[in-house]
Design a protein around this ligand. Structure first.
Ligand code: HEM
Length: 404
C-alpha cells in the first residue's frame, strides 16, 4: 500500500516505527512481493500466530533460514519431537542449575569486562560490554577454554552477519557456511571429551540429558551450541544496549533505577516491549488461514512484526513512550520471565533462555551502574538504531565518574 513506507526502503531502516503504525492502521495484513511474505503487525494477530492453538503454522521456513549455518536445531522442530528436544535443554536455563552453576559465571564475566574500563571514565557500552558479555557467558557456560573465547566471538560475528544478510551477499553466506564447518571441527572433539569426563558445565549437561529414552547426538549438541550464539548472544547484546539507550534518554527513570536496583527487571521488560532486539519472526502456514479478516494460503511465509505488535495502541496506552512504570505491562510469571509483550515470542517456541537473559541483565546492568556513578551520554553523542530482523543502537558512548 502506498501509505506504508516499504520495509526495504532507507526511510524504514531509519525509523520502522512510523511505518509500523501505518501498517497496523491501514494494512494489518498484506503480501510483500519482494520479500515473498505476508506481513502481520497488530498485537492480537501476532499473538495468535505465536500461540497457534489450531496448529495452523509451522517453523518449516527455518529449514532454509537456519539450516545452512546451524544445522538442525529445536527451532526447526514441531510437535512431540520438539517437546522432547526442548525438555532436554530447558533445565539448564532455569531453577537450581541457573542459580547455582551459571549465576556465578555471569557475575564473573560481567566483572572481568567492566574491569577493563572502570577506571577510564568513558566507554562505548556496545563495543566494550554488550557485544561481548552474552557471548563470553555462553562460552563460559559451555565450559570452553578461556583462550578460545576470541575464536568463539569470531564465529558469533559471522553467524549474526549470515542471519541478517537480507540482500544475500555471497561473501557473507560463504563465511556463514564455513563457520558451520569450523564450529563442528572445534566442538565435536570437546563434546567427546565431556562424554568421557562430564563436568559442571552446559556441554556436559547436554551430553548426559535424557528424556523418555531420548538423548542428544553430537551433531544435535553442536547445532544447539551454534543456535545459542545467535539466539542467546545477539538478542541479549541488543537488549542491554537498548536498555541503556532508553535509560540515558530518560534521566528521571535512570535515577530511579540507580536508587532501586529491583527496577532493573521493569526496565528490561519495558525495553523488550518498546525496543525489542528481535523485530521479525517468520512462520509458514500449514493450511489456509484467516488472519484479521484476510486469507493466507497454505504453504505461505508469514512475517510477524514484533516491533510493531509491541507498540500497538489497541494494546498499550501511549505505546511509543518508554515508561518503565507503565501499568499495562506486567511480568505475568516470575518463573518464566514471561511479560505481556511479545519480544520472547509465545507458545511452543517461547524463548527457552528468557530467565537466563533476565539474570544476565540483572547482574550485568547492576554491576555497570555500580561501576559508573553519574553515568550519562557522552557530550555530542547521538543514539542511532540499526537493523531490520534484529535491531539495537550502533553505539552507546557514555561518561561517568570512576569509583576510586
Ligand atoms: C527462542 C528472543 C535470549 C535461547 C526465542 C524466540 C524469540 C527469542 C523471539 C522465538 C523464536 C521463534 O519463535 O521463532 C530472545 C530475546 C532474548 C533472548 C529477545 C534476550 C533479551 C536468549 C538466551 C538464550 C536463548 C540468553 C540462551 C542462551 C533461545 C532458544 C530458542 C529461543 C534455544 C528456541 C526455543 C524453541 O524453539 O523452543 N528467543 N531470546 N534466548 N531462544 Fe531466545
Amino acid at each position: 500500500p502506498a501509505a506504508v513506507p516499504d520495509i526495504l526502503s532507507p526511510e524504514f531502516a531509519a525509523d520502522p516505527y512510523t511505518a509500523y503504525r501505518a501498517m497496523r492502521d491501514t494494512a494489518p495484513l498484506f503480501h510483500h512481493e519482494a520479500i515473498g511474505s505476508w506481513i502481520v503487525s497488530r498485537y492480537e494477530d501476532v499473538e495468535r500466530v505465536f500461540k497457534d492453538k489450531a496448529s495452523e503454522f509451522t517453523t518449516e521456513n527455518y529449514d532454509w533460514q537456519l539450516e545452512p549455518v546451524h544445522g538442525r536445531t529445536i527451532l526447526q522442530l514441531s510437535g512431540r519431537e520438539h517437546a522432547v528436544r526442548r525438555a532436554l535443554v530447558a533445565p539448564a536455563f532455569r531453577g537450581r542449575e541457573l542459580q547455582e552453576t551459571f549465576v556465578p559465571v555471569i557475575e564473573r564475566n560481567a566483572r572481568e569486562l567492566i574491569d577493563g574500563f572502570r577506571h577510564a571514565g568513558e566507554v562505548d557500552l556496545v563495543d566494550a560490554f554488550a557485544t561481548r558479555f552474552p557471548v563470553n557467558v555462553i562460552a563460559d557456560m559451555l565450559g570452553l577454554d578461556k583462550g578460545d573465547h576470541a575464536k568463539f566471538h569470531g564465529w558469533y560475528t559471522k553467524v549474526v552477519a549470515f542471519l541478517s544478510n537480507l540482500t544475500g551477499d555471497p561473501g557473507i553466506m560463504a563465511a556463514g557456511e564455513r563457520t558451520r564447518v569450523e564450529l563442528a571441527e572445534y566442538l565435536l572433539p570437546v563434546i567427546q571429551e565431556r562424554r568421557n569426563a562430564p563436568g559442571e558445565d552446559l556441554l556436559s549437561s547436554l551430553c548426559t540429558a535424557e528424556v523418555d529414552g531420548v538423548s542428544m547426538s553430537d551433531e544435535d549438541i553442536k547445532a544447539f551450541c551454534s543456535l545459542l550464539l545467535a539466539a542467546g548472544g545477539e538478542t541479549t547484546d541488543k537488549a542491554i544496549a537498548s536498555l541503556f539507550a532508553n535509560l540515558l534518554s530518560h534521566p528521571d527513570q535512570l535515577a530511579a533505577v540507580q536508587k532501586d536496583r529491583s527496577l532493573i527487571d521493569r526496565a528490561f521488560a519495558e525495553t523488550l516491549r518498546h525496543t525489542p532486539p528481535v523485530h521479525m519472526i517468520m512462520r509458514q502456514t500449514a493450511v489456509d488461514v484467516t488472519v484479521t479478516g484476510g486469507r493466507i494460503p497454505a504453504g505461505a511465509t508469514v512475517t510477524c512484526l514484533i516491533g510493531a505488535a509491541n507498540r500497538d495502541e489497541r494494546r498499550y496506552t501511549d505505546p511509543d513512550t518508554f515508561n518503565l512504570f507503565r501499568e499495562d505491562l506486567t511480568t505475568t510469571n516470575a518463573f518464566s520471565a514471561a511479560a505481556d509483550h511479545l519480544a520472547f515470542a509465545l507458545g511452543r517456541h517461547f524463548c527457552v533462555g528468557a530467565l537466563l537473559a533476565r539474570a544476565e541483565v540483572r547482574i550485568g546492568v547492576g554491576q555497570l551502574l555500580d561501576a559508573m556513578p553519574g553515568v550519562r551520554l557522552a557530550d555530542g553523542a547521538t543514539l542511532t538504531e540499526q537493523g531490520l530482523f534484529t535491531r539495537g543502537p550502533v553505539s552507546v558512548p557514555v561518561t561517568f565518574t570512576p569509583v576510586r
